[in-house]
Design a binder for this molecule. Structure first.
Ligand code: NAP
Length: 265
């Protein structure tokens, strides 16, 4: 079978982020149909030539591969609506918490891929964890994973790790945004314009991220490279240590993964 048409259920932030990287690189706009209850936010996609509809059954019927991009809370009602159209098709779910096992039981005649992308896919700089091929037809898997590959890095992970990866992947951009917000607030307190501080922190983060990816050093080694003995950065980091940043991050991971378990199946 030639897999080339994509049905997308839910045209929100994540769907649009994925499509931005995939359109005109791995898929033509007229090979995509997106359904969403309201069409006003889909203007950009429509202008590019993507078919948009309010009818989930239309996009489920359209796709050789169907991407489920609705909030976890409504996933089950959406499946009730379209499950008969998913028979023998490959279904890609990005819904936090819904396991591959659960989806396989719910859609026994479909092939299931779970993926956990993140918002920087919008700029082609995202990270996506994706389950292995594991029974999915090779061409369908190749087509489905290529949707994410053009938008950054993809990382194949066992299905039972898809909840555990959420904090480090799906949610981590928000952790970084929060840290920048806090740094900018502090900078403002010291008389530096907040907008400028946001940009400086963001530029520093982008550079630091690139160093991590390209220099072959660990985060710990790079931290050492910034710190001189008795210097300013060590003084700053001592507050992280004394006030328990590691415990805070540990707790954030626990809560994130626990919530995925509560939201999903
Ligand atoms: N955001 C992230 O960073 C991120 C990262 C990894 C995974 N995810 C996963 O991605 C999925 C989507 O999240 P999101 O952030 O993109 O949420 P979102 O922006 O709220 O998108 C969800 C979309 O689903 C639409 N929708 C609501 N009811 C629907 C229905 N019955 N049928 C079809 N579409 C319906 C919504 O339309 P209206 O707004 O018009 O009601 C909205 O456009 C979630 O399962 C989430 O766990 C998100």
């Amino acid at each position: 079978m030639n897999y080339k048409r994509l049905g997308v259920i839910g045209g929100g932030n994540m769907a649009q982020a994925i499509l931005r990287g995939a359109i005109n690189t791995v898929i033509w706009p007229d090979e995509i149909c997106v359904s969403n209850p309201h069409l006003q936010n889909l203007g950009l996609l429509r202008n590019q030539g993507v078919k948009v509809t309010t009818d989930n059954r239309e996009s489920a019927a359209f796709g050789d591969v169907v991407l489920l991009a609705v909030k976890p809370q409504i996933l089950e009602s959406v499946l009730d609506e379209i499950e008969d159209l998913l028979v023998k098709k490959t279904v890609v779910s990005i819904a936090a918490g819904y396991s591959q096992d659960w989806l396989r039981q719910r859609l026994p005649q479909s092939y299931i891929i779970c993926a956990m992308p993140n918002l920087p896919l919008t700029l082609g700089k995202g990270a996506t964890a994706i389950t292995p091929m594991d029974g999915v037809p090779r061409d369908a898997y190749r087509f489905a994973s290529s949707l994410f590959i053009r938008s950054g890095g993809t990382f194949i992970l066992p299905a039972d790790k898809m909840n555990d990866v959420i904090p480090v992947n799906g949610s981590s951009p928000a952790f970084f945004f929060r840290l920048v917000e806090l740094m900018a607030q502090e900078a403002e307190h010291y008389g530096i314009q907040k907008d400028m501080a946001v940009m400086m922190a963001a530029q520093s983060m982008a550079g630091a991220a690139e160093m991590l990816m390209k220099c072959g050093k660990t985060p710990e080694q790079l931290t050492q490279d910034v710190c001189s003995p008795g210097g300013t950065t060590i003084a700053a980091l001592s507050a992280f240590d004394e006030m328990g940043l590691d415990q805070m991050v540990h707790e954030a991971f626990c809560r994130c993964i626990q919530r995925a378990g509560e939201l999903g199946k």
